[in-house]
Write a new protein. Structure first.
Length: 142
């Protein structure tokens, strides 16, 4: 009986250590909670004209439109660090505007590589590196 109890205590301690050492053990940052943004730039390029890419943060979840489809998933942040979990998306195929599906795939792949964020006025900047970033403008219906 003592062995079972000792093993249980050991497992609990190890679980707490793993959880406390996790870089993103916190929940989503309050400053992102309830905000909506429209994409202005992928790296230094503007999105394809007539394509709408958005991101919205609510209840530790992220969702938005990726040009053709909608996507959703979880995110975690602590300080200025942010990570996105596996994102699910609808599976429509759009032919117009030309290149929309390639742009959408680039955007969704880019999100999975984001490591930091900042809010500068009405801009949200999601960064992979200093030069490799997504820049959003606060949506009017925020």
């Amino acid at each position: 009986m003592n062995t079972v109890r000792n093993n249980f205590i050991l497992i609990m301690i190890l679980g707490l250590m793993v959880t406390s050492c996790s870089e993103f053990s916190g929940t989503a940052a309050d400053e992102l909670e309830g905000t909506k943004w429209n994409l202005l730039h992928i790296r230094k390029s503007i999105p394809i004209p007539d394509s709408i890419i958005t991101i919205e943060f609510e209840d530790d979840e992220v969702r938005g439109t990726s040009g053709c489809n909608t996507y959703f998933g979880e995110y975690k942040s602590k300080g200025n660090k942010i990570s996105f979990g596996v994102l699910a998306a609808t599976e429509m195929a759009c032919l117009n505007p030309e290149g929309i599906m390639v742009q959408e795939q680039e955007y969704l792949s880019f999100l999975s590589e984001i490591v930091t964020y900042s809010i500068e006025g009405d801009r949200l900047i999601l960064k992979k590196t200093l030069q490799d970033q997504l820049t959003f403008e606060m949506a009017l219906d925020n």
